[in-house]
Design a protein around this ligand. Structure first.
Ligand code: NAP
Ligand code: ZN
Ligand code: ZN
Length: 346
């Protein structure tokens, strides 16, 4: 099926209009008229090869929300007209222990990314969500709650689940002091989820002008990190720190903000190693952990939670021809708090 999209034709080049054909509908596939696609900082890292060599032309996008337009002959999960979402992967091996546990993102063979990767046939290049049309195996799509607007839901498919999963895993809730590093697309969802779950939430940001927004999202405190004295003042404060920062930074400074037995969860992926002092970890029995998106069952659980609590992303809806400017603004931390592309403009 002919698909209109935006693609990066080479590393670090501006994205341009692009057309290609998606596969015909298989028995277990559903076809999707995309309504909105979010812009994740991971799209920018990959289009600019900040994580290493990439596949071009690249149609990025792994925050996809839309409506089912056709279903394959064996599909049982969805019907035409359903509102569904697609996230960061479109397939996995299905049989390894992690896939069987519903943790497809940690598939032992490797998940099949929504773009910048070969599909499991080893030949087809996966093309992502900056497009008007998508085809997905029904097992890798999720149902969007009826009460939520699609533009605010699209970012939940990556930014949302990426914070929901570690928040659940590390028991963020009542009685816990949690800090979110970086109030961008991921970070603002972390604030909303942690606040909704009853934790005491602090934002650590290098953009002091974001304080009012952070508080409106549910943060109880806001610490501007431009003034390095705050790292002494707030030492040994937090049970959990969720690091969503997309750029390199001095991780040791932030580790020092953890109280006894606290954990700093690495979520941002700048592409360069962090430097870290053993002494900072020893002093306070601190841990450093990591977390990557979430599996299909948890993705559905997160969307249901959002439906119940009326949680969506704060979005700035743009037309396709604004993507390159949106990239620049995202890199400059000037995003409120996720750019979402109106797919009717491809
Ligand atoms: P984003 O919207 O650009 O937000 C990143 C935030 O980091 C910025 O808004 C800014 O917040 C802070 N920041 C940026 N540059 C900084 C600097 N030089 N110093 C200090 N803080 C800085 O990006 P995103 O889409 O949320 O993604 C964040 C990171 O997570 C990216 O690296 C992305 O690839 C990664 N990611 C990981 C997963 C996963 O599964 N673990 C999933 C998706 C994305 P303030 O202005 O508040 O400081
Ligand atoms: Zn993402
Ligand atoms: Zn697997």
């Amino acid at each position: 099926m002919n698909t209109r999209a935006y693609a990066a034709l080479a590393s670090k080049e501006k994205l341009v209009p692009y057309e290609f054909n998606r596969r015909a509908l298989g028995a277990h596939d559903v076809a999707l008229d995309i309504a909105y696609a979010g812009i994740c900082h991971s799209d920018i890292h990959q289009a600019r090869e900040e994580w290493g060599p990439a596949i071009f032309p690249m149609v990025p996008g792994h925050e996809i929300a839309g409506t089912v337009t056709a279903v394959g002959s064996a599909v049982s999960k969805f019907k035409v007209g359903d509102r569904i979402g697609v996230g960061v992967f479109v397939d996995s091996c299905r049989i390894c222990e992690n896939c069987k546990a519903g943790l497809q993102q940690y598939c032992l063979e490797g998940m099949t990314g929504t773009y910048n990767q070969l599909e499991r046939d080893g030949v087809t290049v996966a093309m992502g969500g900056y497009s008007n049309y998508f085809v997905i195996n029904e097992d890798y799509a999720v149902t969007i709650p009826a009460n939520l607007p699609l533009e605010g839901v699209a970012p939940l498919l990556c930014a949302g689940i990426t914070l929901y999963s570690p928040i659940k895993h590390w028991g963020v809730g009542p009685g816990k002091k949690v800090a979110v590093m970086g109030l961008g697309g991921l970070g603002h969802m972390g604030v909303k989820f942690a606040a909704a779950l009853g934790a005491d939430v602090t934002v650590l940001s290098h953009s002091p002008q974001k304080e009012a927004d952070a508080r409106a999202m549910g943060a109880h405190s806001f610490i501007a990190t431009n003034d390095k004295e705050v790292f002494t003042k707030h030492a040994k404060t937090f049970d959990v720190i969720l690091n969503t920062v997309s750029a390199e930074l001095d991780i040791d400074l932030y580790l020092n903000l953890l109280k006894l037995d606290g954990t700093l969860v690495v979520i941002g992926l700048p592409g360069k190693p962090y430097a870290l002092n053993a002494g900072t970890l020893l002093n306070g029995r601190r841990s450093i952990g990591g977390s990557m998106i979430g599996g299909i069952p948890e993705l559905q659980e997160m969307l249901n939670f959002c439906g119940e609590k009326n949680i969506v992303s704060d979005v700035e809806v743009i037309k396709a021809d604004y993507i390159n400017e949106a990239y620049e603004r995202t890199v400059a931390s000037d995003v409120k708090y996720r750019f979402v592309i109106d797919a009717s403009t491809f």
